[in-house]
Design a protein around this ligand. Sequence first.
Ligand code: BGC
Length: 343
Amino acid sequence: MPSVEKTPWGDAPEGPVSRFTLTNTAGDTVSILNYGGIVQSIVVGGKEMVLGCDELAGYLAPNPGYGAIIGRYANRIADARFTLQGVSYSLVPNENGNQLHGGPEGFAGKLWSPEPFTEDAAAGVHLHLRSPDGDMGYPGTLDVMVTYTWNDASELRIDYRATSDKDTVLNLTNHTYFNLGDEPTVLGHLLRIDADRFTPVDAQGIPTGELLPVADTPFDFRTAKRIGRDIDAKHPQVRGANGFDHNFAVTNYDGTLREVALVTEPDSGRRLRTLTTEPGVQLFTTTFPTGKYRMRGDAPTPTYGGICLETQHFPDAPNQDNFTTPVLKVGETFNSTTIYRFE
Ligand code: BGC
């Protein structure tokens, strides 16, 4: 029978933190913190599948968003401003005058109200957050519910729901770094992404607005290839990012929940499938220098140490005519689902 175990996990500035360990019938576990809604650990077949920290202090220290819920707007908003329905909004910037991942006090550092549950073949936790009107510059009091469900098929399902009392923009994702192997990097992992176009970026990581075909570029993951194969390519977009830090546009997107990516670790045969209702996937190959951040065992996080598949609407969409902006209107419910399935 699936179960949930709650463990005290230290104190964040806003209050005490709990860890919820979801165990499925096979004994595989997912551990979630109510701090940042962080996926702190996923252990399948005895193997830790995600980067993260052993203690809360690691998450309170500067870190690259290990496992966290990202909001209100995943990735970047240029010049930390946007216009919605003729009204312009100034956001709190936190990177080169732009806003990244919802700003300096984004959802990744909030204390969420947890409500654990079990079902016949799954265990989970609901996390609720009320983000006040004007939070980090965004309009509307936002009620967000993120539900993590871990089932007997070793699927981690993330359901995002939200309502707002003013029309607003909203783009939620999860920032888990996966490493399915026993090596320090993911360069040997095989990756398939069902995307025929990607959104090139400028030197600050802001999309240029173009949607370029992946064909004949290092961004073509339509047939599985080693993540490391083209990571040293001379392509200016790869060099500019020191690897992959780009949003991929799902082929024939129709809003239904379907598979968009497959990661395979060839030595062990471990696999991770990503299913989503979202139109984009930000591929981030942990491009920062080794030692910029630390992780479990106080070890330096290696360059290319993990892979993020951040399901989302496109970065900076509110400022890009070419991209669909995810607008949440009063009286409507924001709905988004992503599943990470381990095999
Ligand atoms: C962004 C990167 C950023 C990383 C850590 C990713 O989602 O695309 O540019 O460095 O998150 O915040």
